[in-house]
Ligand binder design. Structure first.
Ligand code: PLP
Length: 396
């Protein structure tokens, strides 16, 4: 007696990884994990202090809209980071807190998608963050994958008008997980034009937007692209941001959605029923985190250092390019990704994710775009990442 759509859900990549690695006895070296995208840099102390200083707020129910302080701090951040114009209007009409982007990216599909429409598909990248697929299936719609690689703009340009016609919503992920590729302003603006022509909503997952290489510069965001076109009301555009990666706070469960005021209004109503308001203490901590950039700059520098070290080691046997953003490497292997992942654990005690677990073969004949790729999350400390890279070379 359960919702039959639950049977459509696919096993989560980490569930598949557990099964793949079951029974393997790892080598005696110190274990190093590059599998889960969970930042391991320390959380900023001032955010932890803000959290403990606001425990008295637990005596009240928090509101779904979030406090004025939180929405104002997010609005200020959006204006500084993405050259948006009117912070007061943003805070009033265009922003809602979410308990991490995962929760919000799932919930928005339940709010936006209409089962009664004949256009019943949701476009999403492949490889992809599997929440997009589960959210679509549980909202009664069909996933329609577009393949992604290092050429994020060309990947969007390859979507046909027929596929746009059939879609109610498109998920984009910029910077991409696992590619680290970013969309340019012109590609985002072209997509916004398509959304207006073909009547669909753009959900831009920007949770890696602050983890960019110093040399590449800050990636453009969807709202920035809309604003630069003069679309200050952000019609059909929603962005999701998170403190998990930006501020090393994956356990805080804090992010926000911003964009189209009408969609935000309906989403607030949906969330009132879903009962997912953000705890007051988390709101206070988040207000502090969005108001500071120094810790984010330090965070980026730590990733830049890891990329420089790891990429030069891996390039002795592989052909790896540092991506402009994100904290992953997505190397192509000369061998089967699943077998290599097993060997890496058995022979070198390093955990990684086989690329094929993060992507789908879309028809019986199609190639899984993650096949023979490996996803490496450079989240461990520098020395561990360097050691892991050396061990991967050994294994090759
Ligand atoms: C592409 C992508 N989107 C969203 C999330 C969810 O992040 P959070 O819910 O911590 O904000 C992740 C986490 O790894 C991710 O990789």
């Amino acid at each position: 007696m359960v919702n039959s759509e639950l049977n459509l859900l696919q096993p989560y990549p980490f569930e598949k990884l557990r099964t793949l690695l079951e029974g393997i006895e790892p080598s005696a070296q110190t274990p190093i994990s590059l599998s889960v995208g969970e930042p391991k840099h320390p959380a900023p102390q001032f955010v932890l202090d803000a959290l403990t200083d606001s425990l008295k707020t637990l005596e009240q129910y928090p509101s779904t809209r979030g406090s004025d302080e939180l929405r104002n701090s997010i609005a200020q951040w959006l204006c500084q980071r993405f050259a948006l114009k009117n912070a007061a209007t943003l805070a009033e009409k265009h922003i809602l807190p979410v308990n991490g982007t995962r929760e919000g990216l799932f919930a928005i599909a339940q709010c936006v998608l209409d089962r009664s429409k004949s256009a019943d598909s949701v476009l999403m990248p492949n490889p992809f963050y599997q929440i997009y697929e589960g959210a679509t299936l549980l909202a009664g719609c069909k996933p329609n994958f577009y393949t992604i690689d290092e050429n994020a703009d060309a990947n969007l340009a390859s979507i046909s008008d027929k596929d746009f016609d059939d879609a109610q919503l498109i998920y984009i992920c910029t910077p991409g997980n696992p590619t680290g590729a970013v969309n340019s302003m012109s590609a985002l603006q072209a997509l916004i034009e398509k959304a207006h022509q073909h009547d669909f909503v753009i959900v831009s997952d920007e949770c890696y937007s602050e983890i960019y290489r110093k040399d590449s510069g800050a990636p453009c965001g969807l709202l920035q692209a809309a604003s630069a076109m003069g679309l200050e009301t952000f019609d059909r555009c929603l962005v999701f941001h998170s403190l998990s990666k930006r501020s090393n706070l994956p356990g805080l469960r804090s992010g926000f959605v911003a964009g189209d005021a009408n969609l935000i209004k309906h989403f607030a109503s949906y969330r009132t029923y879903q009962g997912c308001s953000m705890s007051g203490a988390v709101q206070s901590a988040s207000t502090a985190a969005w108001s500071d950039e120094q810790h984010v700059t330090q965070n980026r520098a730590a990733y830049d250092e890891k990329y420089a070290a790891v990429v030069s080691i891996l390039n002795t046997k592989l052909s790896v390019k540092t991506p402009p953003a994100g904290f992953y490497l997505w190397p192509e292997l000369p061998t089967d990704d699943q077998t290599f992942t097993q060997r890496l654990l058995k022979e070198q005690n390093v955990r990684a994710v086989p690329g094929s677990f993060l992507a789908r073969a879309t028809t019986d004949n199609a190639v899984n775009p993650g096949q023979n790729r490996l996803r490496l999350a450079l989240v461990a400390p520098l020395d561990d990442c360097v050691q892991a890279a050396n061990r991967i070379i050994q294994c090759l």
